[in-house]
Design a protein around this ligand. Structure first.
Ligand code: AMP
Length: 282
């Protein structure tokens, strides 16, 4: 296991891999690793000759400075978690200066409008920050395959667009959502929840599962009203948005079409902590 903290040292090391024509799998993360992250690493580890994991809390994708400040940074235990499960992985944990070279700005990207839906609406600039860091990391690492979780489904679609629009030669692989026993989608932010809030947060997945059942017979707007009503009953949860959307355009579903696939997306606040989740509906 090698941990690189500077891109120059990493690229010097990777030049050997690139010349060997072996496959390089890449798992970008912001650290505070949990089993969801480890499931992505496992997938990369199984399908590639080498796996590199980046751990970098990217400032340009945070639209809320308190969220950035409070984001957990646990490099030593992250390295420990990776080492105990996987041999010979490479970890890249650069500083903000090394990546942004004094200009911590994001580049604006056009993702055919999917950046303006849901997370894009509620977190202005977020996907410009995501595109900026993912493109920078792809240019440094030059992976063959990169692994992203469906937990952040809109991000996964954004990254696919980024690759397509910039002709990047990397395959993007989406990975299933990994959940806690109570159904709560694993997230680094869950660490900040109290035990009570964690129990309440289990309601999010319960509701999503119910929307999947209802989608067979009810319209998207009927389901949305039901979700809003159910969540109002919980004293700790505040709904930010619930949306049933086409998985390609991420536009809200007004009338169901048999040719399209849909997912239900949700964002809530509990204890001032923002959690997101989603479920495939067909
Ligand atoms: P993050 O560190 O939160 O930026 O996440 C890094 C990667 O792990 C992203 O591709 C996420 O979508 C993915 N990820 C985060 N949580 C989960 C989860 N519970 N299940 C699967 N993938 C996840």
């Amino acid at each position: 296991m090698i941990v690189f903290k500077e891109k120059a040292l990493l690229t010097e090391h990777l030049s050997v891999f690139w010349s060997q024509k072996k496959t390089l799998g890449f798992v970008p993360t912001m650290g505070a690793l949990h089993n969801g992250h480890l499931s992505l690493i496992e997938k990369s580890y199984t399908h590639n000759d080498y796996t590199i994991i980046s751990i970098f809390v990217n400032p340009t994708q945070f639209n809320n400075s308190e969220d950035l400040e409070k984001y957990p940074r646990t490099l030593d235990s992250d390295v420990e978690k990776i080492t105990s499960k996987f041999k010979n992985c490479i970890i890249f944990a650069p500083s903000v200066d090394d990546i942004y070279e004094g200009k911590t700005n994001s580049t604006h990207y056009d993702y055919d409008g999917i950046e303006n839906e849901m997370e894009g609406k509620h977190r202005p600039g977020h996907f410009d920050g995501v595109g900026t860091i993912v493109k920078k990391l792809f240019e440094i690492v030059k992976p063959n395959n990169a692994y992203f979780g469906e937990k952040d489904f809109q991000q996964l679609q954004i990254v696919k667009k980024l690759v397509q629009k910039n002709n990047l030669s990397v395959s993007i692989i989406g990975c299933d959502i990994y959940r806690e026993e109570n159904g709560l989608a694993m997230s680094s932010r869950n660490e900040r929840l109290s035990v009570l809030s964690r129990n309440h947060a289990a309601l999010i997945y319960k509701i999503l599962k119910q929307t999947k059942i209802m989608f067979g017979t009810k319209s998207a707007s009927e389901i949305t009203k039901w979700v809003e009503k159910e969540l109002k009953k919980d004293s700790l949860i505040t709904l930010e948005y619930f949306e049933i959307a086409d998985i390609e355009t991420l536009k809200g579903c007004l009338r169901k079409s048999k040719q399209k696939k849909y997912r239900a997306f949700i964002a809530v606040f509990i204890d001032n902590i923002r959690l997101i989740d989603n479920i495939s509906l067909n």
